[in-house]
Design a protein around this ligand. Structure first.
Ligand SMILES: [Zn+2]
Length: 681
């Protein structure tokens, strides 16, 4: 193929061009299927369940998480999911589930924080478990003190503590309680903590000083203590009074427990049914929907919204199958409601095998209305896991974007996907690749390797605060999220040989769009780096085609045509494929240790940090997406040098903008550290 000239390439592209323009989604999915799912999906039904879930302060393995889980279970049973169940796992502070150490269950009986006057009378309440459970930092233990307040600022430097007597006092800090607990309480004898730490940075993150934000203590730390969370506005008032020399005394009472309990995980399935002429083994394969049911009350967008949207997708598909409007799916559709990240690691690592899970559809924050400033996104996952599922999910996203934008602009369209109690805004979803931050990164992780799509809002100005309320949620967005999820799941559950040709056409079109982006980005790289990035780029395109074989067989002709197309396209972009000369090549090859499953960093626990000496951990320069993907790319075949090329191809310009230049030695050091702790061999 390499000997063929450019004229041949252009001829190939022009010959294929009639099928490159997909008029609409019906090239992939029959309009009748789109119509029945759209008509059945209800944003209002989803919103009603959300209203109930937001009543509960849903920290993992707590009694209120359990109540939320029971409510989801009851809805599933009402929807006809007779086999729906709550799976339980020990929350005991010690059991290892893959890379996640089980955390203790945490429950609070009572907590109040009162300011006292000179006569010991209560004058103002600054914290209350009953009224505002977010005012108690997660993993607080019992305490009962009447004592004065000392401002320690960030509480991270010696200067913050200079000439301050903390003994028996409460400390006021802008840091998360877990950051100062060891020093302020463990070493210097403070009685407890009051924090106004901001988190989840966005353009709005310190603007609204009424917000009380989610606080954390480390349940595994040696020093156990308690902390109350107050708003920035209240903190500023207290600071001003302290700075003026006033003594402020609080009565802090809390009865709370970190103790052995049980994680709960709701699970329901629409079983696959073998049809005549199809492989009966398909019924055992699963498309798994996930969300995360945990989070502080109210937690409406994060993440009651995702949980009720997969519940609505479950209801819709179950209803249509029961009515006979849709046939039973060929593959099974499973729906799970875990605690974020740790619940997904626990679930997947507890299965004998995850080979039967063919795809994951994850929803986290999908209902933010205008007040939240949210931007809805459809993410196709990491480059380490090239998949046509991303392209199909994006196509559904484009379809909803197009229909809803035209509807908002005054056109009559068949699928406006508007809820009667919701907005009429256009969806305008961003179509994107890797975007970390929720349970999908567990499914996508190298030890499980389950591809999928991830629907989510970002930013959200009220995330992890007491203002993440049900009133902010737009039922139209819930309807659209549930629709996209239901349609994508149904499509994948029934995917067979007839679906291959339209997907190959879509992949060709998308390969050209991606080539266009690549062409524009290449000039910022050296020639050697361009060669490295180009070779990875085309390998990803080939693997996207190959990913179809997890779902259906490709004919020899289909494979050859797809190969030829990618080979042809590769000759049009950038420089020809050459050896990546000039880049130091590290030829070590690692393979993943199959006995340690899961990502290195989870919720409330980091396997890497726990197993590596502190100075070595602090010396690692690879973090975030790059660290996550470096491990995912370990496959027993790629060299360390090639893994760096993949990382370079994935982050390209962003590598320079956000994470600093990607040094070969940083990649090598990270993987060598993983080898030392046995994660790779
Ligand atoms: Zn969250």
């Amino acid at each position: 193929m390499k000997s063929l000239g450019r004229n041949w390439i252009f001829a190939l592209i022009f010959a294929l061009s009639p099928v490159l323009v997909l008029a609409d989604l019906t090239a992939l999915i029959p309009e009748s299927t789109i119509a029945v799912i759209a008509e059945e999906t209800s944003g209002v039904a989803a919103k009603r369940t959300l209203d109930t879930i937001t009543l509960y302060h849903r920290t993992r393995a707590s009694s209120q998480f359990r109540q939320a889980a029971e409510h989801v279970l009851a809805r599933l049973q009402a929807y006809g999911f007779e086999g729906a169940e709550i799976l339980e796992y020990p929350a005991d502070g010690k059991t290892m589930f893959g890379t996640q150490k089980s955390r203790f269950a945490w429950d609070v009986e009572f907590a109040e924080l009162w300011e006292l006057d000179d006569d010991d009378r209560r004058v103002k309440r600054h914290g209350s478990w009953e009224a505002l459970p977010l005012s108690v930092a997660q993993d607080s233990v019992s305490g009962n003190v009447k004592t004065a307040l000392v401002d320690i600022g960030e509480g991270t430097s010696d200067a913050d503590y200079a000439s301050k007597d903390l003994s028996g006092r409460l400390v006021l800090t802008s840091s998360q309680p877990e950051v100062v607990a060891e020093r302020a309480v463990g070493e210097l004898g403070a009685a407890g903590i009051i924090s106004y730490a901001p988190n989840q940075k966005s353009a709005w993150w310190k603007e609204d000083d009424r917000l009380v934000r989610w606080g954390h203590l480390d349940g595994f730390a040696d020093t156990k203590t308690f902390a109350f969370m107050i708003s920035l506005g209240v903190a500023r008032q207290l600071q001003a009074r302290l700075a003026a020399g006033e003594e402020i005394v609080f009565d802090a009472q809390i009865r709370a427990h970190l103790r052995e309990g049980r994680y709960a995980l709701v699970s329901a399935v629409i079983p696959g049914v073998a049809t005549p002429g199809t492989d009966p083994a398909l019924a055992a394969e699963e498309i798994v929907y996930s969300c995360h049911l945990d989070h502080p009350r109210p937690g409406a967008n994060d993440n009651a919204s995702g949980c009720v949207s997969i519940l609505e997708a479950a209801r819709v598909l179950q209803r249509l199958i029961t009515l006979g409007t849709l046939p039973p799916p060929r593959r099974s559709l499973r729906f799970i409601w875990p605690a974020e990240i740790e619940g997904s690691i626990i679930y997947l690592s507890s299965l004998d095998s995850t080979a039967h899970i063919k795809a994951n559809i994850h929803l986290d924050m999908v209902g933010g209305g205008a007040v939240t400033k949210s931007v809805f996104r459809i993410s196709g996952g990491p480059m380490s896991l090239p998949t046509f599922i991303a392209d199909a999910g994006h196509e559904i996203g484009h379809f909803v974007n197009d229909q809803t934008e035209r509807y908002a602009s005054g056109e009559d369209v068949p699928f406006p996907l508007v809820s009667v109690e919701g907005s009429k805004n256009p969806q305008l979803a961003l179509i994107e690749d890797i975007d970390l931050g929720s349970d999908h990164q567990v499914f996508n992780e190298g030890s499980f390797g389950i591809p999928g799509i991830y629907l989510h809002d970002w930013p959200d100005r009220y995330i992890h605060t007491n203002f993440d309320q049900a009133a902010n949620i737009d039922p139209t967005k819930l309807k659209r999220a549930a629709f996209i999820a239901a349609l994508q799941g149904w499509y994948l559950a029934n995917f067979d040989g007839d679906d291959v040709a339209p997907v190959l056409a879509l992949l060709r079109a998308n390969a050209m769009a991606r080539a266009r982006d690549l062409e524009l980005e290449l000039p910022s790289l050296s020639v050697a780096e361009q060669a490295a990035v180009l070779s990875v780029h085309w390998e990803v395109e080939r693997r996207k085609v190959a990913s179809l074989e997890d779902f259906a067989s490709l004919s020899g002709n289909q494979k050859q045509t797809a190969d030829s197309f990618i080979a042809g396209l590769s000759k049009l972009v950038g420089i020809p494929e050459v050896e990546a000369a000039g880049i130091a090549h590290d030829n070590r090859v690692y393979r993943r240790n199959p006995d340690i499953k899961g990502p290195m960093h989870a919720f409330g626990y980091s396997y890497l940090e726990d197993h590596l000496p502190a100075d070595e951990y602090a010396g690692l320069n690879l973090s975030g997406v790059l660290a996550y993907e470096a491990l995912n790319l370990v496959d027993g075949k790629r060299t360390v040098g090639e893994i760096r090329h993949w990382l370079l191809a994935e982050c390209r310009a962003q590598c320079r903008a956000s994470t600093g230049w990607l040094e070969p030695s940083d990649v090598a050091a990270y993987l060598a550290a993983l080898e030392r702790i046995g994660v790779v061999l």
